[in-house]
Design a protein around this ligand. Sequence first.
Ligand code: F6R
Length: 366
Amino acid sequence: EKGGYDHFMLKEIYEQPKAIIDTYRGRMLANEGIIKMAGVDDNMSKFLNADRIIIVACGTSWHAGLVGEYLFEDMARIPVEVEYASEFRYRNPIITPKDVVIAISQSGETADTLAAIKLAKSKGAFVFGVCNVVGSSIARETHAGAYTHAGPEIGVASTKAFTTQITVLSLIALKLAQAKGTLSTSAVNTYLQTMQQIPAQVESLLKIDAQVKEIAAVYKDAKNCLYLGRGFNFPVALEGALKLKEISYIHAEGYPAAEMKHGPIALIDENMPVFVIATSRGHYEKVVSNIQEIKSRSGKIVAVVTEGDETVKEIADHVIEIPDTEEAFSPLLTTIPFQLLSYHIAVMLGKNVDQPRNLAKSVTVE
Ligand code: F6R
């Protein structure tokens, strides 16, 4: 049941500290510098000999896959392609036995993702699943895998599934980095110690709920919104926009911040709220100049910044502070205010938060 919350979505947002712990518990021995994942250990040679990793997924899981691309390439130096399962399966893709395919799916039942897996298997690729639902079709169809241990996700808008998918992908990336030696022992250890702080940081971040609600009240009648981020937080911008679209029915788009000048900046006027991720360790100076470009065209800025930020505070209309962490793990934090924002806007607009129109939790038809 909803455990005292008004909606499953809110309950699931608040469950994230625990869900992230449940996902890395028993897998990550941070003090010993050990990462244990049977599905990866048993198939390490497949991962190490892979020419590339292809990640297939849909929707929010595809956004988690994009974060995975940044993680795998940065930490383990393995080339990654992230594919919409629906596009991949129908374009006669080039797949060889030297490819490792990672399929990401909360439900484990998404029709396009399942079909992409079958295709990859038929071409001899090794297919690894990252699913939440135990025993689901995708979990059964893949050669090996690692479950997210998010617990049941009832709200149609995916929240804790997303952060736990990123947690699993982070562990795999670190494990491969360890095996390949692309990160030093001390770098891996630092990452593991940092990961261990994430649940408490998410917990502290949930306390800004009242502040996010005030911001939601200011922007709830917007007709269009933009979400911007760079690097590890570009996928978070896409995910922020998807959450708003899905449950509040407000048109929103996510973009890499630097793409603004290639078109979307033409949309900016005083009626356009722009949600920008400007964490201190991630291309900060560049994002600050992107923010200035929007301000000088009268756009409204809501910025997600690292605690203690001074510069963006001066320019933005609202700032939401998140605790400091490694940039690679920052999506686990920056995504939280956007989940809360969409939730509050949808509630204020009287929308059916847990069961938005036209959407199903499990997309078993293409
Ligand atoms: C967004 C959402 C959908 C799913 C997508 C894939 O909040 O829920 O975009 O992420 O339908 O679903 P799974 O992960 O079950 O394959």
